[in-house]
Each structure stands twice: as C-alpha cells, then as structure tokens.
Design a protein around this ligand. Sequence first.
Ligand code: ATP
Ligand code: MG
Length: 860
Amino acid sequence: MEISQENFTPLMRQYFRIKEQYKDAIVFFRLGDFYEMFGDDAKIASNILGLTLTSRDKSKENPISMCGIPYFAANSYIEKLLREGYKIAICEQIGDPKTSKGIVEREVVKVLTPGTFLPEGTKENVYIMAVYPQKTSNEQGRMGIALADITTAEFIVYETEKNLFDEIVRFEPKEIIVPKSLEDLLKFENLINQRMFTLFDDWKFDYMLAYKSLIEHFKVSSLKSFGLEDFHPAIQAAGALLRYLEENKQETQFKQLKVLNLSDFMLLDGTTKKNLEILSSLDGQKEGSLLWVLDETNTPMGTRFLRNALSCPLLNKAEIEERLDGVEVFFKDFVLRENVDRVLNDFPDIERLGLKIKKENISPRELKALKEALQRIPELKKTLQLNNSPVIQNLLNSLYELNEVVSLIDNALADNPPNTINEGGIFRDGYNSIVDELRTLKNQSKDYILKMETEERIKTGINSLKIGYNRVFGYYIEITKPNLKLVPSHYIRKQTLANAERFETKELKELEQKILSAEERLKIVEEELFRSLIKEISKNTEQIFKSAETIGYIDFLCCLAKVASKYKYTRPEITEEEVIEIVEGRHPVIERLIQLGKLPEQRFIPNDLSIGSKDQRIIILTGPNMAGKSTYMRQNALIILMAQIGSFVPAKEAKIGIVDRIFTRIGASDYLGKGQSTFMVEMIEVANILNNATEKSFIILDEVGRGTSTFDGISIAWAVVEYIAEKIMARTLFATHYHELTDLAFSYDCIKNYTVVVKEWGDEIIFLRKIQKGGADKSYGIQVARLAGLPQQIILRAKEILKKLEKKEFQTFQSKAKQLDLFFQGDPVLAELAKIDVENITPQKALKKLKELKEMIRND
Ligand SMILES: Nc1ncnc2c1ncn2[C@@H]1O[C@H](COP(=O)(O)OP(=O)(O)OP(=O)(O)O)[C@@H](O)[C@H]1O
Ligand SMILES: [Mg+2]
C-alpha cells in the first residue's frame, strides 16, 4: 500500500511496519480482546468470514478498511481462512499495556498455514509435506519427500520414483512446499487443488544448508546412521521443510528422523485408493468406505495408526503375521477385548498432549486431561496382565505407568483448572504457600469491601448504598438519585448515570490497590509456578510418547479384533507364494450397508476366488448388468488389502499370497476439469498399470475399453489381456461385457472364464450373485433397464433393435469363425480337424480321418 504513512497514528504505523514483513499472509493484529485486520486483509477476511467491514480514521482522505474478531473465538475463523488457502500471521501484544510507554509492543508470534494448524476435534494426522524433485523438468527422476506433523512431532523422509499424486493421496497432506521453479510445471499438471501448494525459494532447498539443519535438529554428527547419506533430494526436501516451519515460527523438536523405505509397503496409487474407497467413499464421505467399517478405535492414536496402516499395507510376511497374532489374541480373549475397549473408551490424545508438555504450551485444563488419561494406564496394564500371551507381554513392556507424574499433577492442580495460564485459579489450596497467602489476602480484601459497604451505609444513613466494580473505574460507591443529598463531602464524584451517581473515596482506592495487586501477583505467581511444573513433567515426555504409541497400537489391534468378531471375519493365512484362495469371501462395505438396511438386498452372497496358479492367473468375468461383477472384484482387492494391514478378513477361509501392488481400473470417472476425456483417462490408467505391474501384483480391470466404439474397445481389451498373460503374469480379474473375450481362454492356459449367474423367470431376471466357471451368453441389459424404470415404449423398441442386431452379429460371428481358422494355422493337426464337416461325414470316413490324424501326431 503506497499511502504516505506520516498521516497515520503510531498504532497504524506499527501495523504497517509489521504487515510489510508478512505480505503474503493475513495479519491478525491484536488490539485488546480483538484481532483486527486492515486494508486488503480486511476486505478479503470480511468477505470470507461474513464480517462487517468498517473503516478507521473515517475523517481522513483515505480511510483504511478494517474488521475484527474476538480473540477467544479466533479458531473457527482461522480454520475458514486456511481452508480458502490463506495464511495467517498472528500478531500479539508482547509488552504489558500497563507498563509500556506509548503503544504496546507487538510482534508476529506465529504464522498459521493449512499444514500447521490443528482444527478442533481432529484425530487424524495433519501432515505438511515438502517435495524436491531431482530434475525440475518434465522428466521423471527421483523425488525427495519430507513429511511432518507438528502436532505429534513426527518427521518422515523418503524418496520415490513414482508420481507425486500417489504420494499426496497416500498421506493426504494439508499443505505441500515446493520449489518456486516448479510453479509452471504445477500449473501445467493441474492435478490437484492448487491451494495446497506453497512455493518456496529454490535456494532454501540447498543441499548443504539442508544437511546442516538436519544434523543440528536431530543432534547427530552425520546422516549416515539414518542411511540417508545418498538421498540428496530427500535431504533437500527435509531441510526446506525445517526451514519453512522455522520461518513461520512453528519450530518443533521432532521425535525422530524416520526414513521410510517405500519398498517395504504395498503401493496403493492414488486412483486405486480412491476406487477401492479405502478412506472415503467415491462421494467423499467416510460412510461407505473401508475405514468406516473398520474404524472402531477409541483413541486418536489408534485412529491415526489405522489410517496409516490402510495407506501403507505391509509386504513382509513376518510383519503382517505379527499384527495378525496381535489381533488374534484380542479376538480369542473376549474378556480382554471388552475390558480394553472399556478402559480406552474416549481416551484423550496423550501423544499431542505430551508434545504440548514438551513445547511447554499446555493449558491447565489440558494438563488435567493428560493426568486423567495417565491414571488409566495402570488399569490398562492390569487388564492386559490377565492374558499371558507373548504378544501382550511385549505390549506391557512398552507401557509406562508414570504414577509420579500423575500425583505431581494431582497434588498441584485445582479440580476445575482454567483454560489459560495467566488468569489464576490453577492450583489447589495448600499446594503452595505464597499462592495461599495471596489468595487469603485477596479474599479478605473482598470481605473488607463488604465490611466497608456496611460501615458506609451506617455512616451515611443510605441503606441502598452499594459498592460495585467495573473494569474502567475500578471500585466505586453507588448512590441513587434520591439519596444524593446525604452524600458526605469527602466523596469524590466519578460518574453520573440515569438514576444514580458513582463516587470513590481515598480509603476505597487504597483497598482497591491492595486487592488488585494481590490478584495481579497471584496471577503472576501461578503462571510461574505452572511453568515450572510443566518443566518438571516434561522430563517424562519420552515415556509419555512411548506409552502413547503403545496405546495406539493396542487400540488398533483391539479394534480389528472387535470388528472381526462382530462381522465374523477370519484370520487369513499369509504366504509368499503367488496364490490367492478365498473361500466364501464377502465385500466388507456392501455387507455392512445391507445389514444396516441401506441397500435393498436381503443378504450378501459370498463368493470364492482361486487365482495365482499357473493355469489360473487371469480371470475373465462376464455376466449381466447388476449381477455383481464389480462388487466381486473389489471385494477380493479389499480382502487382500485387509490381510496385508494385519486384519482378519470377511471370508470363511483365505490364503493370501502377498501382493506388491493393487491396481485398479474401474468405472468411467470424469476428469473434465483436468482437460482429459473419459476415454483418455481410462487409457492413461491402463497404460500406468501395464507399465508398472509385476507378476506379484493384483490387477482389477472393470470394463476396460467401454469408453470407445465396440470394435475399438474389444480390440484394446483383447490386446491388454494378452499382454498381461504374456508379459506380466499379474493376478488379474477382468470384468467385461465383451463376450468375445472369453475366447482368449482357448489360447492361453493361464486365462479362465467365470460368470455371475442369474436365473431367467419369464421376462424377468433373478440375480443369484454366484460366481461360476464359464462365460456368459447374454447381457440382460434391457431387463436391467426395465428394472431401472425406463419407459415401456423404449424397452420394447430396444428389444426389436436387439433382435436385428443379434441376427447381424450372427453373420459377423460366422465370418469371425473363419478368421479363427487363422489361430489353427500354426498346427496342421488342428487345421485338419477344423476342416472336418461333422454333419456330413460318414462314420467310416471319420475313423479313417482319425487314423490319419494319429499318424500326423506320431510323425511330429
Ligand atoms: N454378492 C452379492 N450379494 C448381495 N448383493 C450383491 C452382491 N454383489 C452385488 N450385489 C448388489 O448388486 C449391486 C450391483 O452389483 P455390481 O455393481 O457389482 O454389478 P455389475 O455386475 O458390476 O453390474 P454392471 O455390469 O452394470 O457394472 C451392488 O451394488 C450390490 O447392491
Ligand atoms: Mg460393474
């Protein structure tokens, strides 16, 4: 703003000086009990927050727009602005207004960004991510990623050669820091919500700077011990992230530098995570997702553990089995499960509270919550001790009782401690003698006031005389109009009201001084005392963190056991072979929706899957519309995924050969916003699958090719399946309405046909939802259309057209049969066999032919 600042008051000059340093943020300027915003900030904020815009210095030529919000209600406003992609610089009064000369000193104490703000009631992680690609061009190179949650003090770094989108979907960061030079590329990609990205000067990603700040932060002499030495892009991303937090005054001492090795986890690309509706359903709700079925966690730590487990399923058999063993203990021991469930019910976020202790910014009320949580640990231990399995013994070893901390807090805190540390009332009577003394003084003084009131009434003879208090005038004596003539001469008039006047006396002011100073001192003493209490407790943060982690894990195990028992899941057998055998598998979400009456189905019909052996690696699934093909394919993918996070699965029996990646190509999702047509997106996704799948992968392809003309579609689908059969050999389920594809089973041993059976009942179809060997012969599309309520006229007409087309198709089929001869050309025996006209051959000739054929084989 280029307005001459000389005309402004000192306050506004102070404001502009600060605003100058935080141009890209909305400055919340603390004025008494309000945060005020000025100028353009005010215009933006008033618009988004629905605040009235007023202006300061109205008389001036260029009045400055302004609006404000009460400081204690700031959080919800902050949340809204952050969601719109704005940053907020919180500028507080640093000096004491009472003691400072001129205007109070003010300073920005922190800058809030979407990645560093914890909205009220959030259990999940709030991740902020920094990305540094080795090459800043379009070429694919290694990409360094650093991830932090400043509310739990987690810090993770890793590298990937895959695309950024998958990593964003994996961790769902709220904000992503990228080098400025990437700006154009990001615009070009136009992939995701642009607001998530924060551009950061390239030089701040400098390797040497980054290395230095990392070893300083984690107090190590080199990064060798982390195995990070060669990961330049990762180090650069991590360094920039630390720097960004520092610049925003959000420094956090992170617990540890966790180096993630992506090859330890199943890769769920962004599309698959969305398609399988793992954390949220396709319409963005939690209901209808796998998480919705599985999440019966009681603690925020458990919630986070479960979410992370779902985003990073395991690949290592031993690790998966360790979790399964854990779940099984809780599954089998009903009493243990019930009790742990009860003890952990509504358990507070002691991980975040522990971090607040460490950062020394916990409120008295939060400290009390922490104490109440810690108090439950001995009970949790006692409950666990009743089970003597090794799993439980292990858990017990990393669960700390922290009884001293509990009694420390218990002895200190008042029963109802306040939310802030500078308003007094924090401590119990008897905890500290100075506090007690000041409190007595304060209380006595109040008695003195009452006493003085009575005395003045007697002295003056005014019965209605009252001593009151307000923030502006302090204590005053109030006399109603009719009694004014009785006021003694030493009363000093302060204020006139409609039907009363207010006075003070020397005596009253002296008393007031005493009371106020006792109160003031009390606040100061309590605050200091509280800070030293926190310091004392902060010595135990490591143990609090450890316990928090263990509780999260226990909660996770217990939750999965609870769900398994409620919905009759079973423990899967995990194997490193490539077979998958599922007996009577179910779709966990559809099953739940049916149980809750949210779908019209009577009950969920289970189905088997056997895939992975040499002669059954690819399944072509045909069957009518609405029969249950998509459901079946997803259910199998979900069962595999569940098994690999260590969960029991919705099946009677399951043997799961570990899968390195699950790929999905499902449905016609429109990405028009991204400038790509439906078919284009479909092909991009298929290309991605074919380029990245391995023989350890599991692929589900739902109606690939349907986005284009039938013949193009069939040809593409056909070629894709062939490619998988010849080059990849991934376990694949391919659902299609192109019945032509079932012919592929004749050419490849590893391809088998399955179909979902329906029963015809006159003109109706009954969905049996059973998967069976073989191919389907009809689509029943018209019947389904009728079920959907398409007008009768259209149904009849469609049937007519279908009849004509079928006749035509029969002709093309005949000509195709001739083409099929081509398949047999390679084999003279088969070619000979194909030539036989069975209808018109005599038995004698047939025998002769048979002999010839046998001869041919022998000669081969
Ligand atoms: N095994 C099952 N048991 C009970 N209900 C099922 C089962 N499978 C599917 N359904 C129900 O049938 C509906 C349709 O299933 P689905 O979408 O899988 O059919 P589809 O064969 O893929 O159809 P289309 O060919 O039109 O894509 C599901 O939404 C579900 O309500
Ligand atoms: Mg379908």
